[in-house]
Design a protein around this ligand. Sequence first.
Ligand code: 1HN
Length: 340
Amino acid sequence: MTDARRAYYDRIAAHGLTPLWEVLGALVPPEPRSPAVPALWRYAELREHVMEAGRVITAEEAERRVLILENPGLRGQSCITQSLYAGLQLILPGEVAPAHRHTQSALRLVLDGEGAYTAVDGERTTMRRGDFIITPAWTFHDHGNLGDQPVVWLDGLDIPTVRFLDAGFAEKAVTQVQSVARPEGDALARYGANLLPLDYAPKPADPTRVFVYPHEKTRAAMQAIAAASAPDPHLAHKQRYVNPATGTSPMPTIAAFTQAIPAGFETRALRSTDGTIHVCLEGSGEAEIAGTTYRFAENDVFVVPSWHRLQLRASRDTMLFSFSDRPVQQALGLWREERL
Ligand code: 1HN
């Protein structure tokens, strides 16, 4: 750069100005160039470290005893993609994670142990392995472990999205444990049984009142689908979780999916603009992400950043759970997918 130009940049900098032409290419790239990188977390390697957190701090002191899964390309930012956060949460027998609420939306995917519950707006649900549970924005929620085993689940939140918009609010409840207002299963009976209350008229972006999607039901549906049809070349068998009252994603900022891949099947390459977090619930296989192969087994988590090619190979019959910011991109007209 010429001295005259440098001197000019320095002069305008004093006025809060900077030249667009120096940054234009980076601001408007021809296609997404995510700073997030592909990564895999092996649960077998993480488990002992998660359990050790139980000896380092109590759930009450931590408020939420979680180890964040930080994308290696985004260290220090508490995120797994640019828009989403993920972590592994541990709750020991007898512990409670105190009630609070925030404008961030959360999902849980139960991975290890049983006997814990989560309560959303006064209703508890028992957490069983593979269950997909949501905590919509601004709903009071607390967790407890009434059993005799440590329980671990994956948390997924839209924290970076809400941070980007500077729209975060949070508050603690007056009591640590919410009093039980309705029996377990109440929301599922009212909103998740192909029935709705007569006066219930949700707006399109309202989160679903169904806050648990039991794995047992999802698994049975996916097995029926896999038995009845040939796998799609790019997706094998993939379905999205929905708000049954609207057909939209369970929460406005996060989409969630379940995918069954028959043993020996290999998907064709696909890329999409929604960076996606995958969790292996059953089986094992390989994810080839932009040319690098990652071997995954049960409870492993891997992230596919925006616009990175993904190919999946199943060694055994495999079930994957995944989530992304797809509904945000779709609402803004930004979402793109390419099936190769
Ligand atoms: C949160 O409320 C939970 O409720 C988990 O279990 C992780 C990370 C950041 C902010 C709030 C939970 C969280 C969180």
